[in-house]
Design a protein. Structure first.
Length: 753
């Protein structure tokens, strides 16, 4: 306790009643939370009455380690929102129509199920991508709307074709989840919020059980999370909320900054403690960060102070193009390593969108600099890992539809798509699971004897493996591999691909062995599956890898590095074009907060970069400096690295495309008024003077949103013709309809909203 500042000590010593801790970046809030837990136990609060919730597994692990170092015998519950809700839902699953052995679908499994549901409803997944529908369903759930309440409250306009499909798909998707005894990530929160709202006795029991609650990163809570915490803090309002409105960067996934801004309204007698001492960054980094964030209106003002050194100036590095930018960063990292003796793991490169990482990866490879990428293909997303986990899911939950579809023909058993579609249709008609349908395959019309035999064999395999479901997870996993013959034929194959797959399988077995050892008597198949389903991209980062880390700004939250590079601080990138197009000032403020978060990850040196030109979907265009740069007084340096390495020219030939960008007409005033404006890519451009049919990035189809430089954004309501004679009829918000010759008009597809 002697290591705490006065404000930290004030937060730690507070016992009864609500407490809001406004904690700036690097201000030691994790220390406050863990010491507060220790103090509560010290003054007589039972550890089982304490609930500490944060947002990432990494933060939760750090918190657990610190609590154990202070109180080796105490075991308060510390974890993420999703893990807490998953555990609670296991106990009370039947209250929302589930069984305790329910499955948690990850993002790819969710989209797989959505695609199947859409196919059954005869909706085209090409024109209406499952990921777009999934995002809309997620927004509904984050707004506490089940299919019925969404239908009652939504206002689907005439041109909102996606909304009409959503009205059919959302309830069908939820029914499919229920039949599969499964939930998606959003359901974990929505179901628990529903339980607490509809079961007053359960709410009272849990409120009394967890009479002291500590929530980290309170500014990132969404509506279901907010409702859960409020429900558990009614009778015993001993809620300690720790957070910082200036670091609220997850509105796109439902986070409500208003939850922390109105804390005093929710709890009028709350005590407010500000943590403004920064222990992480230099004075210069904090000065620039303060200059930036002061331009936001929706915040609780504070000033970050530090006793750290002044540090070097924060530099803005300007490069001719994206490849030179990546080359310059790689050279600077190597120079700093050689001159200062820093390790590679002390460096991080942040970017607004993943598409920017490719040129950086190539440059680091050219300079033989080790690196790791967050949000690459995660371990649990690799094909063979997902296959084996799907077997385990089906053993734990025989109703799991997506698991059945994934492995029923892995390895090949002669069960093709036609057979599978007949099984799915028959199972739906009979109201049975796919596994039950496979066991009764002889009753399914139009199946040949070979298919019936294969389905029977698969059902028998899962049944036999299920007899071992209480075995240690690693032991069960080995049985799955042997009895399914999943790796049959790999033994004599020495190719790199098979070697990598073999290594992934072994790593999964090792993970199961570690889980069994750590959990001991409490280890279970459901527990292992829950752990694997709640792993995030950042959880897979290796702090001891000796590598430079590349990640998005969103993923960087909660981390820190000695030297940080933030690339492409340019209009339409940072801030993102969606914020520039938005009429809501909150969106632009969130982009500013995102840059603020990235800047305050740096401990000693910080570099921001921009380019004169950047390749955009294969076309080099002028890059406009971000308006955020005007809000600071950075040291500007022009860098033009000389070519180096055999891949330099090849790199310049590559398309440094930003796949999830769209051209934007409305933009903020540029720093350089003489900068060329980016041009729109038109359908006529794509023809490139040839006589072949236009190959458009997204195609033009009914329901597609398109942009016209004169008329704005509209919706395609009719398409006719072929190739160069293809026409589109577009309806604009005014109700006016116009007909366009696609090959000659400047229409640009912008996708569905």
């Amino acid at each position: 306790m002697n290591e705490l500042t006065d404000s930290q000590q004030q937060a730690v010593d507070h016992k009864e009643g609500p407490l809001l801790v406004l904690a700036g970046p690097g201000s030691g809030k994790t220390r406050v939370i863990t010491h507060r837990i220790a103090r509560l136990v010290e003054v007589g609060v039972a550890p089982q009455q304490i609930l500490a919730i944060t947002f990432t597994n990494k933060a939760a692990r750090e918190m657990v380690e610190r609590v154990e170092s202070l109180l080796p015998q105490a075991k308060p519950w510390v974890g993420t929102f999703h893990r807490f809700c998953a555990r609670l839902l296991r106990r009370h699953a039947r209250g929302v129509g589930l069984e305790p052995n329910y499955t948690i679908l990850d993002t790819s499994d969710q989209r797989r199920l959505l695609k199947s549901v859409m196919a059954e409803l005869d909706h085209d997944a090409t024109h209406f991508p499952p990921q777009a529908i999934a995002a809309r369903i997620s927004r509904a759930k984050n707004g506490l709307q089940d299919p019925q309440s969404w239908a009652e409250n939504s206002r689907t306009g005439i041109g909102d074709f996606q909304g009409r499909i959503m009205a059919e798909v959302y309830p069908a998707y939820q029914r499919a989840l229920q039949r599969s005894n499964a939930v998606d990530f959003d359901d974990l929160l929505l179901h628990v919020a529903t339980l607490l709202r509809e079961n007053s006795e359960l709410r009272r029991q849990l409120d009394e059980q967890y009479s002291y609650i500590l929530v980290d990163e309170y500014q990132d809570t969404n509506l279901p999370q907010y409702n859960i915490i409020r429900a558990l803090s009614q009778d015993f309002p001993n809620l300690c909320a720790t957070g910082d409105p200036d670091q609220s960067i997850y509105a796109w996934r439902g986070a409500e900054i208003g939850n922390i801004l109105r804390f005093e309204q929710d709890f009028p007698d709350a005590e407010i403690v500000r943590l403004e001492d920064n222990f992480r960054s230099t004075k210069e980094i904090l000065r620039q960060a303060d200059l930036l964030i002061a331009h936001n209106v929706h915040r609780k003002s504070k000033v970050l102070v530090t006793n750290n050194d002044d540090g070097p100036p924060v530099e803005l590095l300007s490069f001719p193009d994206g490849v030179a930018e990546a080359e310059g960063i790689a050279r600077q990292i190597r120079t700093l390593v050689e001159e200062t003796g820093r390790g590679w793991s002390e460096f991080a490169i942040f970017y607004r969108v993943n598409a920017l990482s490719r040129s950086l990866e190539r440059a680091l490879q050219r300079h033989r600099i080790p690196f790791q990428v967050a949000a690459g293909v995660g371990f649990f997303e690799r094909t063979e890992v997902k296959d084996i986990v799907a077997y385990l899911r089906l053993i734990a939950n025989p109703a799991d539809r997506t698991a059945f579809e994934r492995v029923v023909n892995k390895p090949a058993r002669g069960i093709g798509k036609v057979t599978l579609s007949r099984v799915i249709k028959w199972a739906a008609e009979q109201g049975t699971s796919l596994l039950e349908a496979a066991a009764a395959a002889e009753n399914i019309p139009k199946l040949n004897k070979r298919a019936v035999k294969a389905l029977h064999g698969f059902a028998q395999l899962i049944n036999e493996l299920s007899q071992n479901s209480n075995s240690p997870v690693a032991e069960l996993m080995n049985k799955v591999l042997v009895q399914s013959r999943y790796t049959h034929g790999w033994e004599d194959d020495l190719s790199d691909q098979i070697e990598e797959r073999r290594a992934n399988v072994q790593e999964l077995i090792t993970a199961a062995e570690q889980y069994d050892a750590e959990q001991g008597q409490s280890a279970s198949l459901e527990g292992f599956l829950e752990d694997s389903s709640l792993v995030s991209d950042v959880d897979q980062l290796d702090d001891d890898s000796g590598s430079v880390t590349l990640m998005t700004l969103h993923a960087a939250k909660g981390l820190e590095y000695s030297v940080v590079f933030i690339v492409a601080v340019e209009e339409n990138i940072l801030p993102h074009e969606r914020a520039l197009q938005s009429e809501d000032s909150f969106d632009l403020e969130e982009e500013r907060r995102l840059l603020f978060v990235g800047m305050t990850r740096a401990k000693e040196q910080l570099y921001l970069t921009r380019t004169e030109r950047r390749n955009y979907r294969g076309r080099s265009q002028s890059a406009i400096p971000s308006g955020f740069l005007q809000e600071m007084d950075l040291t500007a340096i022009d860098v033009n690295p000389e070519p180096s390495g055999p891949d330099w020219d090849d790199a310049h030939d590559q398309d440094d495309s930003l796949d999830d960008f769209e051209p934007v007409i409305k933009r903020r005033p540029p720093l350089d008024e003489q900068a060329d404006r980016p041009q729109l890519m038109t359908a006529a451009d794509l023809l490139n003077g040839t006589s072949s049919a236009a190959k458009l990035p997204l195609g033009f189809s009914i329901g597609m949103q398109v942009r016209h430089p004169q008329y704005g954004v509209g919706t395609v309501v009719d398409v006719d013709g072929f190739g160069r004679r293809k026409t589109a009829t577009v309806e604009f918000p005014s109700g006016e309809r116009r007909h366009f010759d696609i090959a000659k008009s400047p229409l640009q597809p912008v996708g569905l909203r």
